[in-house]
Design a protein around this ligand. Structure first.
Ligand SMILES: [Zn+2]
Length: 153
């Protein structure tokens, strides 16, 4: 059963999961800090790497330098965060040597390139401005295939 309140003002997920280490469906309490960032790696099982940037003042030069933070977070099945997604993570008990954060919400899903082009073509068709460009469509599917095979390889 999905909890209604986890102490952080975010919307609960639509899906349910069986993960014991889930803020919404398991027994994992959160406390401490929360961050918003982009998933840069989802290769490891149930784990994602989150990155976000911030500016740091260098007093000597009276200018800001760009810095970034990377944090490892648990990714329960109900979140299913993947590369490029924007997520909110919350601090929890240590789950492993490097994991002490958990994904509590996915705020933005990454739109795949192929998906985006198809949406673009459909929008153009709806507007009645353009006829379907066969070359464009073929090109899109080819690209998508290449990307999928790269992922598998
Ligand atoms: Zn869950």
């Amino acid at each position: 059963m999905t909890k209604e309140n986890i102490g952080i003002p975010v919307n609960p997920p639509e899906k349910e999961c069986q993960d014991d280490v889930c803020v919404w469906h398991g027994k994992l309490p959160v406390r401490g800090r929360t961050f918003r960032g982009i998933v840069i790696s989802s290769k490891a099982r149930n784990t994602v790497v989150i990155e976000w940037g911030y500016t740091h003042l260098v007093p000597k030069y009276e200018r800001y330098e760009r810095r970034k933070s990377r944090v490892v977070a648990h990714n329960p099945a109900c979140m299913k965060a993947r590369d490029g997604d924007e997520v909110i993570i919350a601090e929890c008990r240590p789950l492993s040597k490097t994991k002490h954060f958990v994904v509590v919400a996915v705020t933005k899903r990454k739109i795949e390139k192929a998906e985006f082009r198809v949406a673009e073509i459909e929008a153009a068709l709806d507007a009645g401005k353009a006829k379907p460009d066969a070359d464009k469509v073929r090109d899109t599917s080819k690209k998508a295939r290449q990307e999928t095979s790269q992922e598998i390889g």
